[in-house]
Design a protein. Structure first.
Lengths: 359, 491
C-alpha cells in the first residue's frame, strides 16, 4: 500500500514538483490564541460550499427548469428519487448554514482586524463571495417554483427596481420582463448553476491562494506578545485534521436537520393568485426587509424605500472597503471605533431579524 | 262611551265638517264642471282627495276659492297647470311625505312611499333621461284615486296584476329597460294556485305586490329585494307560516320551519349559498304550485340531474308510479330534506329501503340494499383510513402529495357511488364502489410505505451518526496522539 502511495506521489512529483508544496505546507503554522476558534469558520464555510456543489450537481440530474416542470420535478426528487429527499434537504439546509458560517467568519475577520495590510485583497474577495452567496440564496430560493418563493422573488426584485436610475432596467433584466414569470425562473437557473458558481470559483481560488500564501492573520494582541510566548500549531496535519473533525460534526448536524426537519416544498406558484399573508424573505435578508418596513414613505424630500436601499448600498460599500479607510489598524494601532461600529451592526442585524421573524 | 272615544268621534266629525266646507269652496271643480266638464272632473268627484276636501289646486296649484279664472289660474297664486314627469310624484309627496299633513287629513298611511319609490327599480331614470320610469299616477291613476281597499282601485289585490302588466306584459316597452326580463308573468300567474284563486275573487292570495312589494320594488338580484334568493323563503312565509291567515286554505304552515332545518335551508339561509334552492326553485315563482307526484324527480332533477336520470331509468320509477308515491320525496322528504347519509341505505330500522323491502316479502331488494350498504360503508371506512394514513405521513414531513391527490379519486368514487344508489342496481353500484376501494387501497399502501420510509430514515440517521461519531472520536484520538508525539519531539 505504502509502495503504491509512494509510487503515485513520485509519479506526480516528477511532473509538477510536489515537494516544494509539501515543504511549504509543512512549514506553515497557525497561531494559537484565545481567538483561534474563529479560524475554523472559514474552513467550515468552504466545506459547506463543497457540499453545495456536490448536492447541487446531484439535484441537477433530476431538476427540470420551466414554469410547468420545476415544482413537479422537485416533488419527484422528494418522493421518487432514491435519497432525493436527503440531497434536497441537505442542499437547502446547507445553503442557510453556509450563509451563517460565512457571516460569522466575516465578523470574526472584522473584529480581529484581519483585513488590515497586507490582507486587503483577501477581505475584498471574501466580501464579494459573501454577496455572491446571498445571490445564490436569492436565485436558488425561486427554483422550486413554489408560492413563497414566487412572492419573495416578486418582493425582492421590486425592491431592486426601486434603486434610482439603474433600478428599473436591473429589475427587468433580473425578471426577464416586467413581471416574475417562467422567464425569471429560466434566468435564475442560469445565475444559480452557471454565472454565480463561475464567479464564485474564481474568487474562492484567489481567496484560498492568498490565505495559503499569507498565512493566518494574527490578532493585534498576539503581535504584542513576545515571540517566546506566541504559540503556534502546524497547519498540516494538526489544523487540517481539526478542521476535518469539525466538518464531520457539521455533516452530522446536517443529516439530523435533513431527517428531522425535511425542507418543505409548499404549494406550487400560481401567477394569478394573491400573495399569502405574512410573506417574508429568507432570514438573511430579513433585517433589511424589516428596516424598509419601518422607514416612512417620505423622509424629507426623499422616497423612504429608495433612501433605505441607498443607505444599505452605501453601508455595504463602506463595509467592503473597510481595509482602505481603517488606516489605524493597518498601522498596528488599536481602533475601538471599528469595534463599536461592528458591535452596532451585529446587534442591529440580530434584533431586526428576530423582530422580522416574530412580526 | 269613554272620554277618548268621544274625543276621537269629535275629531272625525270635525274633519268631515271641514272637508264638506272645503269641498263647497272648491271653485275649480264647480267652474270646470259647468264649463269644460269631461272625464277628469267626473272622476275627481269620486276621488278620495276630493272626499277629504282637497281641491284641484292641491296638485295643480292656484287659488281654488275664487271664481275669477285669471286669479284662480295665476302663476302668482302658485298655479302650475298639469304637472309633468317627476313633478307629478313631487306634487303627491308634498302631502304624502309629510306626516303632519297626512295626520291633519286623518290618514295613517306611511309617509315613506315617495322615498321608497325613488330607491326602487322604478325610480331609475326613464329612457328620455329627464324623469323617473314610474310616477305615482302610473299605478294609482291621476283623477279618481281611491283607497287601496276599494275594489275599484287599480292597486286593489284583484286589479293589481292588470296594473302591473300594463307595462310588464308589453314586450316592446320592457325591451327598453330590461330585455332579458320575461313578459309572460301574468300568463304564468293565471296557472298558479295564487292566480287561479285571485281570478276567482280571492283578494287574500298572493299577487304581484305581495312578493315584490309596492313602492319599494327592487331588482330580484338586489340583496334588499323581497324576492332575492335568500329572502324568498321569508317572503313566502309571510303568509304561509301565518296559521290564522292560512286557516281557510287548510294547508300546513310549518314549511318554513322545516325548510330552515333542511340541507337546502341551511345552505341558503345560514351559509348564504345562492346555488341552494329557495321555495320558487321547486314550486315555480309566478306559476307557483306544488309539483305533481310524477314530476317530483324532474323538479329535483333540475339540480340533481344524474340522480333523477338514474331514478327515471330504474325499476323504482314504475313501482313508485304504480303506488302513487312521490318519487324523491318518499325517501328524502320534501321541505325538511336532511343530509343524506349512508344510514338511509340498507335494511336497518333507520334505512328507508326497509320501509318497503323485507327479507320475507322482497328478498331480492332486501339483499341488494344490504349489499349496497355494506359496500358504501367499506368505501367510507377505507377512504377514512387512507386519509388518516396520508395525514400522518404528511405530519411527519413526508412528501406524499401524489397519494394525497389520488385520495380525491377515492372521494370522487364514493360520491359517484352515492349517486349510483339511485339506479337501484347492485351490479352497477358494485362497479363504481370497487373503483373507490381500489384507489383507497393504493393510497393506503403508498402512505404506509411513506411511514415505513420515515422509520427507515431515522434508523439510517442513527447508523450514520454512529459511524460519524466513531470516525470523529478516532480522528480526535489521532490528533491527540500526533500532538503528544510533537510535544515530546520539541522537548
Amino acid at each position: 500500500m505504502k509502495t503504491l502511495w509512494s509510487k503515485t506521489y513520485h509519479w506526480i512529483n516528477e511532473r509538477v514538483e510536489l515537494d516544494g508544496l509539501v515543504e511549504f505546507m509543512g512549514k506553515k503554522y497557525v497561531p494559537v490564541n484565545s481567538h483561534s476558534i474563529w479560524y475554523y469558520f472559514g474552513g467550515v464555510s468552504l466545506f459547506l460550499f463543497i457540499i453545495q456543489v456536490v448536492t447541487g450537481i446531484l439535484l441537477l440530474l433530476y431538476y427540470k427548469g420551466g414554469e410547468a416542470l420545476a415544482f413537479e420535478s422537485i416533488q419527484f426528487i422528494m418522493s421518487k428519487v432514491q435519497f432525493g429527499w436527503l440531497i434536497r434537504s441537505i442542499h437547502s439546509w446547507t445553503a442557510n448554514l453556509f450563509i451563517l458560517t460565512a457571516l460569522i467568519h466575516m465578523f470574526s475577520v472584522y473584529f480581529g482586524k484581519a483585513y488590515r495590510k497586507p490582507r486587503e485583497i483577501t477581505w475584498v474577495t471574501g466580501m464579494l463571495m459573501f454577496f455572491l452567496a446571498m445571490g445564490f440564496g436569492f436565485s436558488g430560493y425561486l427554483l422550486p417554483w413554489n408560492e413563497l418563493a414566487f412572492f419573495a422573488t416578486k418582493v425582492g426584485t421590486d425592491i431592486a427596481g426601486a434603486v434610482p436610475v439603474v433600478g428599473k432596467p436591473m429589475m427587468v433584466f433580473l425578471r426577464g420582463g416586467e413581471e416574475v414569470t417562467g422567464a425569471t425562473l429560466s434566468r435564475f437557473i442560469g445565475f444559480h448553476v452557471a454565472v454565480l458558481p463561475g464567479l464564485f470559483t474564481v474568487l474562492l481560488g484567489i481567496h484560498l491562494l492568498l490565505v495559503q500564501r499569507q498565512g493566518m492573520s494574527e490578532p493585534l494582541s498576539y503581535e504584542e506578545e513576545s515571540p517566546k510566548e506566541r504559540k503556534t500549531m502546524p497547519f498540516f496535519p494538526n489544523f487540517l485534521l481539526r478542521d476535518m473533525l469539525l466538518w464531520l460534526i457539521v455533516l452530522n448536524l446536517l443529516a439530523i436537520l435533513a431527517v428531522f426537519f425535511p425542507w418543505e416544498l409548499g404549494k406550487k406558484a400560481d401567477l394569478f393568485a394573491s400573495a399569502p399573508a405574512g410573506i417574508k424573505p429568507e432570514w438573511y435578508f430579513l433585517f433589511m426587509f424589516q428596516t424598509l418596513k419601518y422607514i416612512p414613505g417620505k423622509v424629507f424630500v426623499f422616497d423612504g424605500e429608495v433612501l433605505g436601499i441607498m443607505t444599505f448600498g452605501l453601508g455595504g460599500l463602506l463595509w467592503l472597503l473597510v481595509p482602505f479607510w481603517d488606516r489605524k489598524s493597518s498601522r498596528g494601532e488599536r481602533n475601538r471605533f471599528i469595534n463599536y461600529i461592528g458591535l452596532f451592526i451585529v446587534l442591529y442585524i440580530i434584533i431586526l431579524t428576530i423582530v422580522g421573524w416574530i412580526l | 262611551m269613554n272620554r277618548i272615544t268621544r274625543m276621537m268621534m269629535g275629531i272625525a266629525l270635525l274633519v268631515c265638517v271641514s272637508a264638506n266646507a272645503l269641498r263647497a269652496q272648491d271653485k275649480c271643480l264647480s267652474c270646470h264642471e259647468a264649463t269644460v266638464g269631461g272625464q277628469p272632473v267626473e272622476m275627481f268627484k269620486h276621488d278620495i282627495h276630493h272626499a277629504k276636501g282637497i281641491s284641484c289646486a292641491g296638485c295643480h296649484g292656484g287659488d281654488s276659492k275664487t271664481e275669477e279664472m285669471d286669479q284662480a289660474m295665476n302663476a302668482k297664486a302658485g298655479y302650475i297647470g298639469v304637472p309633468k314627469g317627476d313633478e307629478i310624484s313631487k306634487a303627491c309627496a308634498n302631502c304624502h311625505a309629510n306626516a303632519a299633513k297626512m295626520k291633519s287629513f286623518g290618514s295613517n298611511l306611511p309617509t315613506n312611499q315617495f322615498q321608497n319609490l325613488q330607491e326602487s327599480v322604478h325610480g331609475k331614470l326613464a329612457t328620455n333621461g329627464k324623469e323617473r320610469i314610474v310616477q305615482c299616477t302610473t299605478c294609482h291613476n291621476a283623477h279618481g284615486i281611491v283607497a287601496v281597499r276599494n275594489a275599484s282601485s287599480p292597486v286593489f289585490p284583484l286589479n293589481i296584476v292588470k296594473t302591473c302588466t300594463k307595462c310588464h306584459a308589453d314586450a316592446a316597452f320592457m325591451r327598453m329597460y330590461n330585455p332579458s326580463l320575461p313578459v309572460d308573468q301574468l300568463d304564468k300567474y293565471r296557472t298558479s294556485v295564487h292566480g287561479i284563486r285571485n281570478a276567482k275573487g280571492d283578494a287574500k292570495v298572493a299577487q304581484c305586490a305581495s312578493c315584490h312589494g309596492s313602492h319599494d320594488i327592487r331588482n330580484a338580484k338586489d340583496t334588499k329585494s323581497k324576492v332575492y334568493a335568500t329572502n324568498v323563503p321569508s317572503t313566502c312565509a309571510h303568509c304561509h307560516s301565518n296559521a290564522e291567515y292560512m286557516k281557510e286554505y287548510k294547508i300546513p304552515t310549518d314549511q318554513f320551519d322545516k325548510f330552515s332545518k333542511s340541507v337546502h335551508g341551511v345552505a341558503l339561509l345560514t351559509k348564504h349559498d345562492l346555488g341552494a334552492p329557495a321555495c320558487n326553485s321547486c314550486h315555480g315563482n309566478h306559476a307557483a304550485t306544488p309539483p305533481g307526484i310524477s314530476s317530483v324527480s324532474k323538479v329535483c332533477g333540475t339540480c340533481h340531474a344524474l340522480n333523477a336520470d338514474l331514478f327515471s331509468a330504474s325499476p323504482h320509477k314504475k313501482a313508485f308510479d304504480d303506488r302513487k308515491l312521490p318519487e324523491c320525496e318518499t325517501c328524502h322528504s320534501n321541505h325538511e330534506i336532511i343530509v343524506a347519509t349512508n344510514k338511509l341505505l340498507g335494511v336497518t330500522s333507520e334505512a328507508v329501503c326497509s320501509r318497503c323491502h323485507s327479507e320475507a316479502q322482497n328478498a331480492k331488494g332486501y339483499a341488494a340494499a344490504k349489499a349496497m350498504r355494506s359496500l358504501i360503508d367499506s368505501l367510507e371506512n377505507n377512504e377514512k383510513k387512507a386519509s388518516e394514513l396520508v395525514n400522518e405521513a404528511e405530519q411527519k414531513g413526508m412528501e406524499i402529495s401524489e397519494a394525497k391527490y389520488k385520495l380525491r379519486d377515492a372521494h370522487q368514487a364514493r360520491l359517484e357511488s352515492r349517486t349510483m344508489v339511485h339506479a337501484f342496481n347492485e351490479g352497477r353500484f358494485r362497479e363504481v364502489a370497487s373503483k373507490g376501494l381500489v384507489v383507497s387501497a393504493t393510497v393506503s399502501a403508498e402512505a404506509t410505505d411513506a411511514l415505513d420510509e420515515y422509520v427507515f430514515r431515522r434508523i439510517g440517521l442513527g447508523l450514520a451518526t454512529l459511524a460519524i461519531t466513531i470516525l470523529a472520536i478516532s480522528l480526535y484520538v489521532y490528533i491527540r496522539r500526533i500532538e503528544r508525539r510533537q510535544a515530546k519531539g520539541v522537548q
